[in-house]
Design a binder for this molecule. Structure first.
Ligand code: CAA
Length: 383
């Protein structure tokens, strides 16, 4: 059988970074609540001329520079923070990246889960014709209202991956476990720029979904818990991954291994929640921060509120260390400009999803920018 999986994986983030110690002090909250209680140090925040399209294109660009475009026939764009009710954000990316016209483009939505749906669909496309590759982009800006419990769990990032036969990073194993349940734990109505959330319910729904997905995985003959070397979880905040792993270990009657999450929290701790991208930013961090994973099995849990969860596994490929992008991701984190709390609150309050014509100020130093709205249509350009 053809081996199919993740051939390349690249991460991009936003122009600004907000320090959570400063946010806690401004809110009159002990900083340790955010740093230890949530496991978050900082959050990326977009400049006015950035959005899911500019971050998604920035994440995908290095993949095309390394592998070319010849085999790409599909672009799947997964997001919770869509910028149009009709047109797929990936069509803007298609133009910015100069992709050929013989490429289908579509957007997928189910809160933070849709990137994983896209990955499974991509694997199906490649199975049908292993000459084809799928460019998969997950990109999100996590926005909650100011002065709410969700505020310190905001963030912004994109992950792009190339799904192909004979992958260089991670071969996907075919068995997956799925759990869908109608829950109002987190959602974003069409007329709101920020998410609605029932925080306590969202934690319980996440854990229930993990147990349900694991049980389905197990019932379908998935790999045994003890054969999985590392675990990567969707990370709305990094402490959630620790809670999830403790609960799954208990559920399967195993002790919590201290190395199970090694490396996988390192980027999300600094970026914040990136919804669809979060799990795959976690995977990139784990691969980047461990040199001993060749041939090892990794378990991944994807959760999207509302809710859909999926547990699946993959085998890290022998030469993965030569194909990862550690330096580029660290450089993107380092390049962010600090934003003080006053500036952050002003930008947060000024954010609008209005389609009124306007020009955006030139701020971002990323490769692409959202230049404004003309005739109610969004405009993008190379920077
Ligand atoms: N020092 C150290 N730790 C402290 C502390 C201090 N001074 N004060 C509090 N803490 C700890 C608390 O004990 C708690 O840890 P435990 O849960 O391990 O006990 C942690 O800090 C958080 O404290 P609270 O539970 O009191 O925090 P809160 O109620 O103010 O908000 C939250 C927490 C509900 C997660 C909130 O941030 C939120 O609503 N976030 C958005 C929703 C979310 O991320 N849900 C996650 C599951 S849903 C999902 O995964 C989809 C998605 O991406 C959104």
């Amino acid at each position: 059988m053809t081996s199919i999986g993740i051939h390349d994986l690249s991460v991009a983030t936003a122009h600004y970074v907000v320090d959570l110690t400063e946010l806690a002090e401004a809110a009159g909250v002990p900083p340790q609540k955010y740093l230890t209680g949530l496991g978050q140090e900082a959050m990326s925040f977009p400049a006015p001329d950035e959005d899911i399209v500019t971050m998604g294109a920035a994440a995908a660009l290095p993949i095309l520079e390394r592998h070319g475009t010849e085999r790409i026939r599909t672009v799947l764009f997964a997001t919770e923070s869509g910028i149009d009710q009709s047109k797929a954000a990936g069509v803007f990316v298609h133009k910015l990246l100069g992709l050929p016209s013989g490429v289908r483009v579509v957007e997928l939505k189910q809160a933070c889960y849709s990137g994983t749906a896209a990955l499974q669909m991509a694997a199906g496309i490649v199975a049908r014709d292993p000459r084809e590759q799928v460019l998969l982009i997950m990109s999100d800006v996590a926005r909650y209202q100011l002065d709410t419990p969700g505020e310190p769990t905001q963030g912004a990032a994109a992950a792009a991956m190339l799904v192909s036969a004979d992958p260089a990073l991670l071969e996907l194993e075919p068995t997956t476990g799925i759990h869908t349940a109608d829950v109002n734990d987190f959602w974003r109505p069409n007329d709101s720029t920020t998410a609605m959330v029932d925080g306590g319910l969202s934690l319980r729904a996440y854990l229930a979904s993990l147990m349900g997905a694991w049980d389905d995985f197990h019932a379908r003959g998935g790999a045994g818990f003890h054969t999985i070397e590392r675990f990567v979880y969707h990370q709305p905040f990094t402490k959630m991954a620790q809670k999830a792993h403790a609960r799954l270990s208990q559920h399967t009657s195993h002790a919590v291994s201290p190395n199970a999450l090694k490396g996988s929290l390192d980027y999300n701790r600094l970026l914040g929640n990136s919804y669809t991208a979060s799990l795959y930013v976690g995977l990139a961090a784990m691969l980047d921060n461990s040199d001993d994973l060749a041939g090892r099995r990794v378990g991944l849990f994807s959760y999207g509120s509302g809710s859909v969860g999926e547990f699946f596994t993959g085998i890290v490929q022998p030469d993965y260390a030569q194909h990862r992008r550690r330096e580029a991701t660290l450089a993107a984190l380092e390049a962010r400009r600090p934003l003080d709390i006053e500036g952050y609150r002003a930008l947060h309050s000024a954010h609008t999803e209005s389609s009124q014509d306007r020009e955006t100020p030139r701020v971002t130093s990323g490769p692409f920018r959202f230049s404004g709205i003309q005739g109610q249509a969004r405009q993008y350009e190379a920077n």
